[in-house]
Design a protein around this ligand. Structure first.
Ligand code: 13P
Ligand code: ZN
Length: 271
């Protein structure tokens, strides 16, 4: 079977098309990286295959070296991935020294991985140390999440509280809360390091005035986290200034107890 028809490429095609339809990924907005196992790659390619080398521009953490990532290309549009995966996606292997990536498949027009690859690889490394089953890092530009970040102080407890108090699903889906970064220059090693630092405690990180990152064991988990934040942010933004009923603290605590969840401390005061 051709790798273009593989389950992994299909999953990437479906999710990018879905995210585009949500209105989250205008133009080239958004990027996804998906960690594949050696055996999953070996099914399609000789393990030493390399079309060309691409410099990373930073030194990747040991935990992601020699690992394979299916990743969206820089400047590529999510709306186009489905009709031309081999141009818009690439499969790369991170080198032994962590300085470059070997291209195995894709980026056919000479392209390369997303400009946010530092944030992706550093976030993969951070999440793999917390959960060895983590495979997906997803970045996107959802409208209401960005609006909400613009209306609140850059404070993860306040952001988390506002989300938890707007939608009863929120605390259940992300009891560890959401990490928040101030507005920074994107596509840099610095924003990558800052994102990965937040990823040590959170599967979600908001980039103020830009978008959001989600991490998960699979595409469904990463997407589901972002989808829940975005729905909740929509509720928050549509009710802001005329809200009558927010979720009482005792209901949030009750939900966490019911589902046996460890809540981010300091967000809701236990009485
Ligand atoms: P890329 O086209 O390089 O993936 O960048 C898109 C983006 O969302 C930047 O944050
Ligand atoms: Zn972006």
């Amino acid at each position: 079977m051709n790798f273009s028809e593989s389950k992994y490429v299909k999953e990437m095609c479906e999710i990018t098309a879905n995210m585009y339809r949500q209105g989250w990924d205008e133009r080239n907005g958004g990027n996804i990286s998906y960690l594949l196992d050696r055996d999953q790659v070996r099914e399609f390619f000789p393990i030493e295959k390399q079309i060309r080398k691409i410099e990373l521009g930073f030194v990747a953490d040991e935990i992601v070296r020699n690992k394979f990532f299916l990743v969206t290309g820089t400047g590529k549009y999510f709306k186009n991935v489905e009709k031309d995966p081999e141009n818009n996606l690439g499969l790369v292997k991170i080198s032994k020294d962590g300085k470059e990536a070997g291209l195995i498949w894709g980026f056919k027009d000479g392209g390369k991985f997303t400009s946010e690859f530092p944030a992706h690889l550093m976030s993969h490394a951070a999440r793999l140390k917390v959960n060895p089953k983590n495979r997906v890092i997803m970045h996107t530009h959802p409208l209401y999440t960005i609006c909400m970040g613009a209306c609140l102080p850059v404070d993860e407890k306040e952001f988390t509280r506002a989300l938890w108090k707007s939608n009863t699903e929120a605390v259940v889906v992300f009891p560890e809360g959401i990490g928040v970064l101030p507005c920074m220059v994107c596509g840099t090693t610095e924003i990558g390091q800052a994102t990965a630092e937040k990823m040590k405690k959170h599967r979600l990180v908001s980039w103020t005035n830009h978008g959001i990152y989600g991490a998960g064991e699979d595409i469904d988990e990463a997407f589901g986290l972002i989808e829940t934040v975005e729905k909740t942010a929509q509720i928050y933004m549509l009710t802001i200034d005329h809200v009558e009923n927010v979720i009482p603290d005792n209901v949030i605590i009750g939900l966490a107890k019911l589902w046996n969840l460890k809540m981010m401390p300091g967000v809701i005061k236990e009485k």
